[in-house]
Design a protein around this ligand. Structure first.
Ligand SMILES: Cc1cc2nc3c(=O)[nH]c(=O)nc-3n(C[C@H](O)[C@H](O)[C@H](O)COP(=O)(O)OP(=O)(O)OC[C@H]3O[C@@H](n4cnc5c(N)ncnc54)[C@H](O)[C@@H]3O)c2cc1C
Length: 369
């Protein structure tokens, strides 16, 4: 579609942000905090953010004991601790920015369930020594006595941490969009960015194509590829995450959040219901997809976990189920890279965007302000 004379002033801004998830909305806030008069436009393809930020489990966490041990073994102590520190800093920034009530933060701590012996159970003291300088407290403690209190089946051991909470992800994203808009960011939904050429951002809308000019463009599309100056930038791996929510369960004893399997499985109480997600480790290849649909393999596994481990002997049905999209880098680290004089990519939550998303956004804002 040809733009009218009058359209031109609408379609020329200082900074375009592609993607309205936690990173995109946080970049808008960061930029406007530093340059209050900047013209900032967020282009989101859906009517709400439709990747991960409103489709996640709402854990405000830095990692379970078995996951941290795995990261230490995979990445080395320095890199693993650096990532945890970035998550911790991101959570602190998010809380300071929005306030706990606006995102429904509850600090009930978390438990990790072990259905069999795991090396993390022998490494608790070492992990606590590693993490004490960051948290100034003993982070992990065995709590096997609570297995009966929670009514878990097939559970060999339980580990508690106090440094974790849960949020309402819908509230968090609404608060971030509201704050960015109040600072002057223009949110444009239904705008799928097809390509970026130089300082021109080509957008597809239901009415046809449009082009927005921007001095700087921040791409915050999670794992979704973008075309920049004729090159498809698709270096990050998609990882689908599936979630189920049960019917209300009488006398539910769960409180706070729970992890299993090195972070691959997670569940929490949602009022009287249980939200359970993950298990993509059962079908790693099948879940490396951009298709936002639930699969029988994962859904059956989640239901079996509810029946045998989480809610044995309890009556419930599954009332909600959905899929969301995570993006993983090969080194599990955030990546904030300049692709061209006009384009920066902000990526790398690696399944922990509630925690690290604000830190990544800050690094992206540093490059474009
Ligand atoms: C099932 C599940 C459970 C999770 N649980 C947790 C948890 O408990 N705690 C935690 O910390 N993290 C969790 N995560 C991870 C966390 O949600 C993500 O790391 C984080 O939301 C990623 O934020 P983002 O801004 O990078 O991406 P997104 O939120 O995916 O935002 C990217 C946006 O870009 C838009 N977009 C994509 N392509 C285009 C385009 N071409 N044009 C315009 N817009 C485009 C998408 O619609 C999307 O809204 C979970 C993720 C999933 C899927």
């Amino acid at each position: 579609m040809h733009s009218s004379w009058w359209d031109q002033s609408w379609l020329e801004v200082d900074i375009v942000i592609v993607g309205g998830g936690i990173i995109g909305a946080s970049v808008a806030i960061d930029v406007l905090d530093r340059r209050p008069n900047a013209r900032v436009m967020v282009l989101e393809r859906d009517i709400v953010p439709s990747g991960a930020s409103t489709r996640n489990a709402g854990f405000a966490c830095v990692g379970s004991a078995s996951e941290i041990l795995h990261d230490v073994q995979l990445l080395g102590t320095t890199a693993a601790i650096d990532i945890i520190e970035q998550r911790q800093r991101g959570l602190a920034l998010l809380r300071q920015r929005l306030g706990d009530a606006a995102m429904g933060l509850q600090e009930h701590g978390a438990h990790e369930l072990f259905t069999a012996h795991h090396p993390a159970l022998d490494a608790v003291d070492d992990l606590n020594v590693l993490l004490r300088p960051l948290f100034n407290t003993t982070v992990f403690a065995r709590r096997d006595d609570d297995i009966v209190r929670f009514g878990f089946g097939n559970t060999h051991a339980l580990m508690y941490t106090s440094v974790e909470g849960t949020i309402d992800s819908g509230k968090m994203m609404a608060a971030l969009w509201g704050m960015a808009a109040a600072k002057g960011a223009q949110f444009r939904t239904g705008c799928r960015v097809e390509a970026i050429e130089g300082n021109r951002v080509h957008v597809v809308t239901p009415e046809g194509g449009r082009t927005v000019k921007a001095e700087q463009v921040v791409v915050a599309t999670n794992a979704w590829p973008v075309m920049v100056d004729g090159v498809v930038r698709d270096e990050y791996l998609p990882a689908r995450g599936q979630v189920v929510v049960t019917s209300a369960i009488e006398g539910l004893a769960l409180r706070g959040s729970y992890h299993m399997d090195e972070g691959f499985v997670y569940f929490r109480a949602l009022g009287e219901r249980v939200l359970l997600g993950g298990a993509r480790n059962l079908d790693i290849t099948g879940e490396q997809t951009f298709v936002m649909a639930c699969s029988d393999v994962i859904q059956d596994c989640l239901c079996e976990l509810l029946d045998t481990v989480i809610l044995p002997g309890k009556a419930f049905s599954i009332e909600h189920r959905w899929a969301g999209m995570m993006g993983f880098s090969s080194d599990k680290r955030p990546h904030v890279d300049r692709y061209s004089p006009h384009v920066v990519r902000a990526f790398g939550c690696n399944g922990m965007g509630v925690a690290i998303g604000s830190t990544i956004a800050q690094q992206a804002a540093d490059l474009v302000v």
